[in-house]
Design a protein. Sequence first.
Length: 130
Amino acid sequence: MILSKKKTPVYQKIVFSITEYLKKKGYENIQAQGIDEYQDPAHITRKGADESFTPDLTARRDGSKHYFEVVDYPKKDKNLIVSKWMILSTLAKQLNGKLHLMVPHGQMSFTNRIIQSNNIDAQVLSLKEL
């Protein structure tokens, strides 16, 4: 499995805040990693590769499936994040949804550089705006 996030209290607090935000925005069938009240999102496996990962959150609105990722600057391989975001963006498009990158303070320029240089279709939202 790639990009496995530790379920730290800070991570759980961020994910819980996002679930509250999604409910207010009219999203349904919310699935969130590491939050007891929610089912974990399904694992995604890349065809022809031994890579699998789980989105931080998924939700539906108006029949479309949306993927949500908490941006975390990589300490190891940035290519894994690029790969994950590209796959989630493609899946979201196929399901008439969108990839949403939820960005903590200090990581906005990193996020924008990655999506622009790799042509990733994603909506970027600062966690301060929640």
